[in-house]
Design a protein. Structure first.
Length: 709
């Protein structure tokens, strides 16, 4: 474990500094102790010295004075023998190193020796001068000797004196001995001291170590573990273990507060996740959650022999529910659909599938059969089939039966794609193909579909500017009055001559133009061209004088611009009378925004333009709708007309539409009349107008003028 500059490092530093200071203090103390010992030794030596010299002095003074008194007579009579006896007696005294009797001039008379070698010689030692000149007892000393001299007198006559030298050698020897003993003792005391200090230091170091351990255990370790846990939590792992603590101190509080914080963050995270990962309406997993699950599954599956299927489901014509019954109903439908899908999945594949809502009316199912060797293609086909069947049943919404369906695209992993994004794109493509194939069915993804999508994209590019390049033109399909078989008008139908692909079916390119928004620029051009042509027929041909032209207008055109202003401009520009222009709207266009569209239609009709509802009967609204939307006529969809001879229901419905329309004062046009029989029966039932291949195919403008001529 590296020693970061953390708490432990700081504590180690502090402890180091403390130990260092202690060592310095101890060293200073030891030094001081040595000095004190030396001082004690010298002081004791001094006092010992003083004591010894005082003893010598007081004893010596008495002894020398006494001896001087006994010397008076012998000196007066100059009795050398007696003097010698007294001097030798002095010399025998302890510590006496010399004893000298001298005359008044300071010359040696006797020094205690037998031959008195120094007799008559003046004393020349350093003390001599003071000895001779002193008038009473005089003491002098140096390091080795204490010199005591007493003058000897008789009456006022000075005879000489006695001086005795006391050696200090024994005193010094005593001092040395005692000094040495003292030194030893002091040293011993010092050693004891040192031992104590050593023990003290050891105890302090031990205490520091214990403190460090305690700190490590009770502060650093919990804080470290909290730090680790915090990092774990930060990385999203809320299982991070927080040291459990029953401690009643601040660290304990911190640990408990941390654990609470972790729990609340985890709870918060769960809530946020739940919100972020579930669809609030249906409670299903949402796009985000699904994407994560898918990534995870693909990751687990890659390399393994297992397969995954993705089912993209989209409710057919869901928008119409929203538009006609309202958004509440739309939500209701979504909920019912999701619960039905859940039931089907539950019953068919159980836990092998994950259902998610992708937003809007899109649902996605991830299927991964758990049984080994299960044929994924067959399993997903069975599931898709069951879903299509179940969701094709009517549902009750706001007291109404609503018929919807579902289109499903199925794509397989790893067969169709190697990653999640492509897989999802494929599912979308396959679903779209199911829609194109007529909805309420399912399709497996195939590579050919990719090409279809590509074609669509290319078509959109090619369609841009096609009108300006002259690739787009109008065909006219004649419309006849059934009562007398007279030609009364024509429907303008857009044609596209692609430079490479030749003529493209309107069912293909109109759809592309609608979805890409190109129709908003093409539409007005169609309107202008059709009006020009119609005005020309009226001008140039007697048979065309009363002809009307009927123009298809897409829902997008209605929403985008003010159609009535556009129509007004075109009519003024071309000089066509308003009643000779018919606008064909599909039901979906009308249904979306009823109030606005009704107002728009009212404006058009007030201007004299006729409005027809195209493909009537295929839509959703039913006859009741006609009461609310002001139109001049309905065009019965050719799917009804096709079966009018065979299917009594279709005939009944057609008859009902005609009767109903007439009761409302609006006209009826029959589309797709391909047989004479159809024509006859429609005439019999009182239908007003008709168009169809039997009456006349859509033709070029040139051919149409030929017809008029
Ligand atoms: P629609 O308005 O219902 O047009 C009638 C369609 O029925 C035309 O198809 C016409 O060729 C076809 N038709 C006519 N008589 C018969 C018949 O006897 N039997 C059969 N089976 N079909 C017949 P087309 O020309 O392919 O147009 C398809 C749709 O494209 C049109 O349906 C219309 O909704 C749309 N469309 C055409 N031109 C325009 C346009 O300029 N603008 C807009 N917004 N849509 C257009
Ligand atoms: Mg039409
Ligand atoms: Mg039609």
């Amino acid at each position: 474990m590296s020693l970061r500059y953390g708490l432990r490092a700081k504590f180690a530093l502090l402890a180091g500094i403390a130990i260092l200071i202690t060592i310095v203090v101890v060293a200073a103390m030891l030094h001081r102790q040595g000095a004190t010992q030396r001082e004690v030794q010298s002081l004791s030596r001094q006092s010992m010295h003083a004591l010894a010299s005082n003893r010598i002095l007081s004893h010596g003074q008495g002894a020398v004075t006494q001896a001087a008194d006994t010397l008076v007579n012998p000196l007066y009579y100059f009795d050398l023998d007696a003097i010698g006896g007294i001097v030798r007696n002095q010399l025998r005294q302890p510590d006496v190193s010399y004893a000298i009797v001298y005359d008044a001039e300071g010359r040696v008379i006797h020094d205690g020796s037998s031959d008195i070698a120094t007799y008559g010689q003046p004393m020349a030692d350093p003390f001599a001068y003071e000895v001779v000149s002193a008038n009473e007892l005089h003491v002098q000393s140096d390091a080795e000797v204490v010199d005591i001299s007493v003058p000897i007198r008789i009456a006022d006559q000075r005879l000489g004196g006695l001086r005795v030298g006391y050696s200090l050698a024994s005193v010094k020897a005593d001092e040395d001995r005692i000094g040495a003993t003292l030194g030893e003792r002091l040293e011993e005391v010092g050693r004891k001291h040192l031992l104590w200090i050593g023990m003290l230091l050891t105890v302090i170091a031990g205490l520091i170590a214990i403190l460090a351990l305690y700190l490590q255990h009770s502060v650093v370790k919990p804080i470290r573990r909290l730090g680790d846990a915090a990092r774990q939590i930060e990385s999203g792992d809320f299982e991070a273990r927080v040291p459990s603590s029953a401690r009643r101190d601040e660290i304990g509080d911190l640990v408990r507060a941390f654990a609470h914080m972790r729990d609340s963050i985890a709870r918060h995270d769960r809530d946020v996740r739940r919100m972020a990962y579930t669809d609030s309406l249906t409670g299903l997993a949402n796009r985000l959650a699904f994407r994560e699950i898918l990534d995870q599954r693909l990751f687990e599956t890659s390399g393994a022999a297992r397969q995954v299927a993705l089912l993209f489901a989209d409710i057919d014509d869901f928008k119409r529910v929203n538009d006609t019954i309202g958004h509440d109903a739309g939500d209701e439908v979504l909920m019912q659909f999701s619960s039905r899908m859940r039931d089907v999945i539950e019953a068919r594949v159980g836990d092998d599938a994950v259902l998610a809502r992708f937003g809007g009316d899109e649902f996605v199912i991830l299927l991964q059969p758990s049984g080994d060797g299960a044929d994924i293609r067959e399993a997903s086909a069975r599931l898709a089939e069951a879903l299509v069947e179940e969701l094709g049943r009517p549902i009750m919404v706001h007291g109404r039966h609503v018929f919807l369906g579902i289109s499903i695209g199925v794509t397989l992993y790893p067969e169709d794609a190697s990653n999640a994004s492509t897989l999802m794109k494929n599912g979308d493509i396959a679903m779209y193909q199911a829609k194109v194939a007529g909805k309420n069915c399912f399709r497996f993804y195939s590579r050919a579909m990719d090409q279809a999508v590509e074609r669509r994209v290319r078509m959109e590019q090619d369609l841009r500017g096609a009108w300006e390049r002259g690739e787009l033109s109008l065909a006219y399909q004649p419309i006849f009055r059934l009562a007398d078989g007279k030609l009364v008008g024509a429907e303008a139908l857009l044609r596209w001559q692609h430079p490479e692909q030749g003529s493209v079916s309107p069912s293909l390119f109109i759809d592309v133009a609608e979805q890409s928004g190109l129709i908003e620029t093409i539409g007005p051009q169609v309107l202008r061209a059709a009006c020009f042509d119609a005005r020309r027929w009226q001008r140039d041909f007697p048979a065309g004088r009363e002809l009307f032209v009927s123009v298809n207008v897409s829902p997008r055109q209605l929403r985008a611009a003010d159609l009535s202003a556009q129509v007004h401009d075109v009519l003024r520009e071309t000089g066509l009378a308003p009643q000779h222009l018919h606008i064909e709207l599909t039901e979906t266009a009308v249904i979306g925004d009823e109030a606005r569209v009704s107002a728009l239609l009212a404006r058009l009709r007030n201007a004299g333009v006729k409005v027809w509802l195209d493909d009537f009967g295929t839509g959703f609204s039913g006859l009741s709708h006609l009461r609310r939307v002001p139109v001049d006529g309905v065009k019965i969809d050719r799917s009804f007309i096709a079966d009018v001879l065979r299917d009594p229901d279709d005939l009944a419905l057609t008859t009902a539409i005609i009767a109903m329309a007439h009761s409302l004062g609006i006209h009826v046009v029959a589309e797709g009349v391909e047989k004479e029989g159809q024509y006859a029966i429609l005439r019999e039932r009182g239908c007003d107008l008709a168009q169809g291949f039997w009456l006349g195919h859509p033709m070029t403008s040139h051919d149409f003028t030929g017809l008029l001529a």
